[in-house]
Write a protein that binds this ligand. Sequence first.
Ligand code: NAD
Length: 493
Amino acid sequence: MAACGVTSGLEAGDMTVLSPVTGTAVASLKPHSVAEAQAMVGKAQAAFRQWRLVPGPRRGELVRLYGEELRKAKEDLGRMVSIEAGKSPSEGLGEVQEMIDICDFAVGLSRQLYGLTIATERAGHRMMETWHPLGVVGVITAFNFPCAPWCWNTALALVCGDPVIWKPSEKTPLTALACQAVFERALARFGAQAPEGLSQVLIGGPELGEVLVEHEKVALISATGSTRMGRTVGPKVAARFGKCILELGGNNAGIVCPSADLDMALRAIAFGAMGTAGQRCTTLRRLFVHESIYDQLVPALKKAYASVSVGNPLESTALVGPLIDQRAYDSMLGALAEARDLGGVVHGGTRESVGPDTAYYVKPALVEMPAQAGPVKRETFAPILYVMKYSDFDAVLEAHNDVGGGLSSAIFTTDLREMETFLSARGSDCGIANVNIGTSGAEIGGAFGGEKETGGGRESGSDAWRAYMRRATNTINYSKDLPLAQGVVFDIG
Ligand code: NAD
């Protein structure tokens, strides 16, 4: 923390930050007040008036500098992610690498914020689309990715000409303050063209997120978190005709077909289901295995589950770290009990004694289920993989899509027909559909997000930048006539 040079500007107070590594307090902060949150919006609005006039490539230069500063701070920030979110060192560093990658992407993008020239039906006219900065962007993030999603939004928003106010999870505010401290180093190098209030961090719980959600001067809300949160946030933003990117929960599945490379599938499943202790939005939660290979794959999976290392991410090379808190542990136990009642056979899922009683380390659970029912149909944010047998490909596609979440999906097959069908209009209904790789670990170059209860938002790569800009259609008449569209006649002379 000190190595990142963090000064929060916040006093010690009644918001206790726990590290899941030990379950004990690592800091105490005084959250911002509602009045301070309102003031931040005013400051960001003032920043917008200046920043929108700075040329795109120059705005990109600030993001380029931020990418440089992130490279220097990578080790410290990665460790901070491990302390606050409990990720393994490799996954903590990986999250910071995603921030660096999106900065690189956004720098290139800052010279490519272009629109179309469109064929017009009128002679002597030109029609085109132009893209302009949108306004203040409010970013709300979840605990399990304490910094990368903020950067996916912020790197794009900044090159698009928008200031950002970030309301991080109340469980991971220190990582946010550290990211802001690193951003301030880039600002200092960039010089006076960057107005005050370009990037601000709002510390506190949902009530402060609500200030952004309800404020008419926040043009775009990008909210990452549970579907429960999205059900509140989405309608509130819609009621004031604001724009919204919702990145919500998933219930991601994989299908393992008879022709699959089982060794490859095994490794992808293990990382997808157990990595980050099952606390990724893209974690593999449901697995459909063809009956002809079930007795080959599932025993190998059980072996991998039994032998996976669970431990303190700061003191060991364990692959699986802690759950975020007791609530997560309780919801895992509840889901496993429900699964047992429905005939599920649970392997693993036991609490491991790592560190003090206040920390919650569990052996990931693999549950053989007779059918897709009960807890299998919802997201439990813990390392539980429900495994089911299938015999018919069309029926398994139906089952695959028969849940609320629509984020990520994968098929393991070497059969061209199965692969293409999975990716086709009658295949996976998710925002991410993969072949022979797992459901988690997306690259920043693609648009990230999902359908149905995942919220429909897209962020990060591809053309996701458009959400951070306002589109104008311009028609220019350079003729001496005034023809009306669709041949309409309105002759006043
Ligand atoms: P959460 O919904 O409890 O909280 C997420 C954020 O929303 C926090 O900052 C919280 O303070 C804020 N918030 C909650 N209610 C709010 C309200 N009414 N108004 C404004 N802000 C509000 O989620 P969590 O437990 O931190 O994270 C886990 C969840 O996030 C899982 O469901 C996971 O799948 C999802 N997630 C989704 C993605 C994605 O990209 N789709 C990425 C990461 C996490």
